[in-house]
Design a binder for this molecule. Sequence first.
Ligand code: AMP
Length: 243
Amino acid sequence: MKFIPALFVLSCQNFVVSLQLKKKNVMINIVIFGAPGAGKGTQAKLLAEKYDFLHISTGDLLRQEVELQTPIGQRAQAIMNRGDLVGDDIVVPLLGRALELRSTLPDPDAALDPWDVERNGAPHRPEGCIIDGFPRTVSQAQTLEFLFSRLKRKIDCVVAIDVPRDELVRRIHERAAISGRADDTEDVIRHRLDLYDQQTTPVLEYYSVSGLLATVDGSGEISETIGRICKTLELVMHLKAKH
Ligand code: AMP
């Protein structure tokens, strides 16, 4: 019985925070991080829906290019199928374009911020943005900072979903059996895990030093993990609304 009023108070608080952020025209920018099998894509989609964030996934952007067999897609396809990282010359312009399409930045007097999207025939301003799959190297982290600074935005929080190696391997077995992705075979995913350890783990240290990193336990069910991420994000939103 006590639980329901507590939930009600919490959701009212979130509503107030959201209103405060909207009033100040402030967007929350988040990077989501996780090894293959950690569930970052799933969590990013759920969070984008829950908080009305734009979701920009470099993996999705690349897969779209591959599907359309654009020159970029043709260059990226074999690299992705092997489970290697595509070059910055491929992925950075794609991300830059996705960000700029939604920016170039807010003319405070303009009725429509270029990050606005259309919803039901009317302009709609998302509450923030969630970047999934980028950065994967320290050099990409510096590039992301540069891209955001050009847009006069900054990253508010980097959420790292932490899953023990054994559990990642177990999920990979499962995923390899059902996924249609060419880079989801067991060997390729193991290679992607090794690359993550070698190239992407140092990015966590980079964000830890800058004080932006929040690590959440992702070893349980999707609903448990998202609950933990939401607690973190709501704190970030609360702090941002106050400033
Ligand atoms: P994901 O959907 O994030 O697992 O990404 C799928 C594949 O796309 C990766 O294994 C890489 O080959 C490629 N990819 C996605 N994001 C990046 C990135 N930031 N840098 C290099 N390659 C990337």
